[in-house]
Design a protein around this ligand. Structure first.
Ligand SMILES: Nc1ncnc2c1ncn2[C@@H]1O[C@H](COP(=O)(O)OP(=O)(O)OP(=O)(O)O)[C@@H](O)[C@H]1O
Length: 255
């Protein structure tokens, strides 16, 4: 499933947060958003996922206007993993993941054997099956993050939008999570802070600065010493790593 944003803009009280953003994510592509703190990545992800309605511009799923779909249809196609999971009540881990099944169910329909198998399989894939009866609120940041990924898996969406998915995760779980997400073969849009992980996993990158796209392309073409100096204010040495054959950045000093 393709996700397309055309000339998307969003402002808060006359202050432009993002403007003229056009991005295209082909089916099954893993696209990364990179950019400094406060550049507008989360706002962009929210406009792409119907959490914030753009003030102008269009968001299309396979050519169809996102706002012509019902919220339930949107949830069948797209799942969002973000840090801001506001919970009024505490739920168990199993219940949290089970919520991913909601868009596939009729009103008041109880869970089926298939739902239970999907929830168990999702928890297994993120290594959290042993935590099923634990309260979600009692989990560590990294454990919560893995449960939210399991919920996205249980939702069986064609597009997954991730806001800094590796935040809170140790290096083993960062690599495991991005590897898992990549192998799902669904369309992925993710804001990532770690430029080396972005280079390893993303097929294509958009660089956001001051609410606008300032560069886009494959990691090898986008991640240059000039761009990183300009956008992040950091001197780097960049090489193709002899083992991974991916762009590898060594950070030298801030400018
Ligand atoms: N509700 C709000 N009221 C006022 N300003 C806001 C609001 N939400 C976001 N902003 C501002 O919009 C800008 C972009 O924020 P956003 O969270 O999209 O950036 P980001 O690139 O995701 O940042 P980070 O990397 O730090 O997570 C920031 O300057 C932020 O302070």
């Amino acid at each position: 499933m393709r996700l397309t944003l055309k000339d998307v803009a969003y402002s808060i009280q006359d202050t432009s947060i993002i403007e003229d953003i056009s991005i295209q994510i082909k089916a099954k592509q893993f696209v990364g958003l990179i950019g400094p703190n406060g550049s507008g990545k989360s706002t962009l992800l929210k406009t792409a996922s119907r959490i914030l309605k753009p003030h102008s511009g269009l968001v299309h799923l396979d050519g169809q206007d996102l706002y012509e779909l019902s919220p339930k249809q949107t949830a069948q196609e797209m799942s969002v993993v973000s840090q801001e999971t506001a919970l009024t009540f505490d739920f168990s881990v199993r219940e949290m993941v089970w919520m991913g099944r909601h868009p596939h169910k009729r009103l008041f329909q109880s869970d089926t054997k298939e739902d239970r198998m999907i929830v168990d399989a999702a928890l297994n894939r993120v290594g959290m099956n042993g935590f099923k009866e634990r309260s979600f609120m009692s989990l560590s940041g990294g454990e919560k993050q893995r449960v939210l990924i399991a919920r996205a898996l249980a939702q069986e969406a064609n597009i997954i939008i991730l806001d800094e998915p590796t935040n809170h995760l140790d290096i083993h779980h960062q690599l495991q999570l991005l590897d898992l997400v990549k192998k799902l073969e669904v369309t992925i849009l993710a804001a990532l802070h770690d430029l080396n992980l972005a280079a390893m996993f993303c097929d294509y990158l958009y660089v956001i600065q001051n609410g606008q796209v300032v560069s886009s392309g494959t990691p090898e073409t986008v991640l240059t010493t000039e761009l990183i100096r300009e956008v992040f204010g950091v001197e780097t040495e960049i090489k193709i790593h002899p083992i991974t054959h991916k762009t590898h950045i060594t950070f030298l000093a801030h400018v």
